[in-house]
Design a protein around this ligand. Structure first.
Ligand code: GLU
Ligand code: ZN
Length: 302
């Protein structure tokens, strides 16, 4: 099948170095396979959108020379498709009136956050509540993620997560539902993203099964962790990014991904770097785990 990959940033701020690693990894997996690379703006949670970050993300990607195929898909315009998917789940989904506050007090916490004990599954806990969320009924089959890089992950969603939310009580669709519906809509064959999202994958595979969608292939590259256990993120200062610095940043994403790129003086333009990278990309070189050295440059990309 023709390879279709995607990059799906959430516009909760400008892209940082960690997001560029995700862009580079997904871009090169797609381009080196002669496939398509799609851009999807994950603005499903309208409360988390930071002003101007959508423009900033698109401009950054453009200025670093990433070239996406087809039109950009915006999750904020996809509510109807998400609602159709939810409707098609029929009795597999059910309303839940449990509030976050109530759950925080009442329920056990497991490896993946609180475990919902399916309170409203048979009978809604508070029929007079003004709002309700929608949850997906789970079962005790364990879902297996066969990842290209990471150790196999098996999750018994019912026992380890519980019935999970697919539409929130504020009427926003959940990340899990939106990603699965959009990956199917865009015919995405391969999901390449950071291993901080690996825990979500069994829920997404389960949703794909419930909706009778194709299952994607997965590659979760290591999320950059500094020796003190912090994730890479945006820094507050915003240095001028000149052309040389852009080349350097892309080379850093390549080296983070184990690609052993030649040094910057071997390339006179960004385009040269991308040509080299597409030709020489080898996903087998990506390390499964990664700790960054002390003082790793973590600069802004805007
Ligand atoms: N929007 C998610 C994020 O920015 C990524 C979703 C995905 O790649 O599945 O973390
Ligand atoms: Zn409930």
């Amino acid at each position: 099948m023709h390879y279709i990959g995607r990059f799906a940033p959430s516009p909760s701020g400008p892209l940082h170095f960690g997001s560029l690693i995700a862009a580079t990894a997904s871009y090169l997996c797609a381009k080196s396979a002669n496939g398509k690379w799609l851009l999807r703006i994950e603005d499903v949670d309208q409360f988390r959108i930071k002003k101007n970050s959508i423009n900033s993300i698109i401009n950054t990607l453009e200025s670093y020379g990433y070239q996406w195929d087809d039109d950009i898909l915006y999750q904020s315009q996809r509510s109807e498709a998400y609602q159709d998917a939810l409707d098609s789940l029929g009795k597999l989904s059910y309303p839940c009136t449990c509030t976050r506050k109530f759950l925080q007090k009442q329920v056990p916490t497991g490896t993946y956050g609180y475990i919902y004990p399916n309170f409203c599954r048979e009978q809604i806990s508070n029929p007079d509540a003004p709002q309700f969320a929608m949850r997906l009924r789970t079962n005790n089959t364990s879902i297996h993620v066969d990842d290209y890089l990471q150790d196999a992950l098996c999750q018994d969603i019912e026992a380890e997560v519980g019935d999970f939310i697919i539409k929130r009580s504020d009427k926003m669709f959940s990340y899990q539902l939106a990603v699965v519906v959009d990956d199917e809509h865009q015919n995405v064959t391969d999901v390449v993203r950071g291993s901080d999202l690996l825990d979500n994958t069994p829920r997404q595979i389960y949703l794909q099964q419930c909706l009778r969608y194709q299952q994607s292939s997965y590659l979760h590259f290591p999320t950059a962790i500094t020796p003190d256990g912090k994730k890479l993120s945006k820094q507050n200062h915003s240095p001028e990014v000149d052309a040389q610095q852009k080349r350097l940043t892309i080379l850093r994403t390549l080296n983070f991904l184990g690609q052993e790129a030649p040094s910057i003086d071997q390339f006179s333009t960004l385009e040269d770097i991308w040509n080299w990278a597409i030709k020489n990309w080898d996903r087998d070189k990506i390390p499964a785990q990664m700790t960054l050295p002390e003082n790793y440059p973590n600069h802004d990309t805007t």
